[in-house]
Design a protein around this ligand. Structure first.
Ligand code: HEC
Length: 175
C-alpha cells in the first residue's frame, strides 16, 4: 500500500511525459520557421526548434565544462602526486572524444537565451570552423603523447591545446 502511494508521483510524471502536448512547440516552430522557409532561407534547414535550443545550449555548455575538467585534471597531475599519472591517457582520450562532439554543438538557432556564444559563430562560419579544427587537431595530438611517459611533451601538448581554447573564446565567446 505504502509503496503504491510512493510510486504514484513517478507514474504521474511518466504519464505526463508520454501524453505531452507538443502543439505549443509546433506553433512556435511554425511562427519562427515558416517565414524563413518562405524566404527560402538556408537557415531554416540547419535551424533548430525553439523549444530544443535551451537543451542544446545546456548540452553544449556541459560538453565544454567536461572538456575543461579533463584538461584541469591533466595539468594538475603534472604537479600532483605520481599516483594519478596513469589517468592522463584517459583524460586526454576523453578530450579528444569530446572535441568531436563539440563540433556538432553549434547548430543554427542556438545563439540566443542563456548562452555566451557570439553571433560571429554563425556569421563567420569559415573562421569558426578553422578554430574548431585547430582544437580537434591539438586534442588528438595531446591524446597521442599522453601515454608515452614524456612529461615535457605532454605539458607542451596540453599548453598548445589550451591555446586553441583561448583562441576560440577570444573570438567567439562573450564574457
Ligand atoms: C571553436 C570554439 C571553441 C573552442 C575550441 C573551445 N571553446 Fe569553450 N566555449 C566556446 C563557446 C562559444 C562557449 C560559450 C557556449 C555557450 O554559452 O553556449 C564556450 C564555453 C566554454 C565554457 C563555459 C561553459 C558554461 O558553463 O557556460 C568552458 C568552461 C569552456 N568553454 C572551456 C573550454 C576549454 C577548456 C577548451 C579547450 C580545451 C574550449 N572551451 C575550447 C567555444 C569554444
Amino acid at each position: 500500500m505504502g509503496a503504491a502511494t510512493a510510486e504514484r508521483p513517478l507514474l504521474d510524471l511518466t504519464e505526463m511525459l508520454i501524453n505531452r502536448d507538443f502543439s505549443k512547440e509546433m506553433t512556435i516552430m511554425k511562427k519562427i520557421f515558416l517565414p524563413m522557409i518562405v524566404l527560402g532561407s538556408l537557415a531554416a534547414t540547419a535551424g533548430v526548434q525553439a523549444a530544443d535550443s535551451k537543451a542544446l545550449i545546456k548540452h553544449r555548455q556541459g560538453v565544454m565544462n567536461a572538456i575543461s575538467g579533463h584538461l584541469t585534471s591533466i595539468f594538475s597531475t603534472l604537479r600532483g602526486p605520481e599516483s594519478f599519472a596513469p589517468n592522463r591517457q584517459f583524460h586526454a582520450d576523453s578530450i579528444a572524444h569530446l572535441s568531436k562532439i563539440a563540433v556538432h554543438t553549434f547548430p543554427e538557432g542556438t545563439d540566443s537565451g542563456k548562452t555566451s556564444a557570439s553571433s560571429d559563430i554563425w556569421s563567420k562560419p569559415e573562421a569558426f570552423k578553422e578554430a574548431m579544427d585547430k582544437f580537434v587537431n591539438k586534442a588528438d595530438a595531446l591524446a597521442a603523447t599522453a601515454g608515452n611517459g614524456d612529461v615535457k611533451a605532454l605539458a607542451s601538448a596540453a599548453k598548445a591545446l589550451g591555446g586553441t581554447c583561448k583562441g576560440c573564446h577570444d573570438d567567439f565567446k562573450e564574457d
